[in-house]
Design a protein around this ligand. Structure first.
Ligand SMILES: N[C@@H](CCC(=O)N[C@@H](CS)C(=O)NCC(=O)O)C(=O)O
Length: 278
């Protein structure tokens, strides 16, 4: 029986994957003027075995990110990789039609982001950020070395994960009283972060950009969408937090990794349509 390859083009000519049975070939295609050529060629075998690399040039560190541009969770990983100056390939996922690669590398949650490093997948954004920080520890450490400060950083990142996203979702997906409750709760959580965690330093970690900053900053790129849907100003409520966000945006690792606020807003409009929300 003939093998039927499953071909997917990602990122407009950036990455092309061809899956034949349980073998996925990831081709990285680069355009040179009018011609384009294949510079790198990876074979990822079932994603748990070693990545076999052939091809003429090796510029990345065998790092792939299964990604969707406006995902706040994916942005965390992009910021962390940028802080470490790691070269990587993004493989954009269509979450309405998840790829075999995503289902095989994150079979439990089937969600992005997934980082594939040397053929080994890691999922859950905060776990990925910690992994990146441990593997590339020499450059811009994100986690404090002091055990108590480290525990505090983990506490606040966990607080963000548990408290921010629920009310944030209500702002764009609910109406009337439920939307108002979402707005109120969202502002209350930001005020707690502003008052209890941010302190006087420019970053959550004090003088240095770190783990909690990475955990929270992607939410900033959705502020425009929340404000437009909820008809309120986050800056008027939480000026210190917005000041922190603007300060983070001065870092190239952040400004280049965060989605354009308009893309986040368009995503909200797309999701409203998808879920039949008026
Ligand atoms: N806790 C996860 C959340 C990841 C997540 O919610 N990813 C969304 C995109 S923003 C996703 O893949 N959704 C598809 C689905 O749930 O089916 C993390 O931190 O990585």
């Amino acid at each position: 029986m003939a093998l039927m390859p499953h071909i997917l083009v990602h990122n407009f000519w950036d990455v092309l994957t061809i899956t034949i049975e349980n073998l996925t070939l990831v081709l990285s295609v680069h355009i040179f003027g009018l011609n384009f050529g294949i510079r790198r060629f990876w074979v990822i075998e079932k994603f748990t075995k070693t990545v076999i690399i052939c091809g003429e040039e090796m510029t990345s560190e065998n790092v792939f990110l299964l990604n969707t541009c406006p995902s706040m969770f994916c942005m965390r990983v992009r910021v962390a990789l940028a802080e470490k100056e790691i070269k990587y390939e993004t493989i954009d996922e269509d979450l309405t039609n998840k790829s075999k690669l995503l289902l095989e590398t994150n079979p439990i949650h089937q969600q992005v982001p997934v980082l594939i490093h040397n053929g080994k997948p890691i999922s859950e954004s905060l776990i990925i950020v910690q992994y990146i920080d441990e593997v590339w520890h020499h450059k811009n450490p994100l986690m404090p070395s002091d055990p108590h400060k480290k525990a505090q950083a983990r506490f606040w990142a966990d607080f963000i994960d548990k408290k921010v996203f629920g009310p944030a979702r209500k702002i764009w997906s609910a109406k009337g009283e439920e939307q108002e409750a979402g707005k109120k709760e969202f502002i209350e959580i930001l005020k707690i972060l502003e008052g209890e965690a941010l302190g006087d330093g420019p970053y959550f970690g004090g003088e240095t950009f770190g783990y909690v900053d990475v955990a929270l900053i992607p939410v900033y790129s959705w502020f425009y969408a929340f404000e437009t849907c909820g008809n309120f100003s986050i800056e008027a409520e939480c000026p210190k937090l917005v000041g922190w966000a603007k300060n983070c945006m001065k870092r190239e690792s952040v400004s280049k990794s965060l989605a354009d606020p308009m893309i986040a807003y368009e995503t909200v409009l797309f999701l409203k349509k998808l879920f039949g929300i008026e």
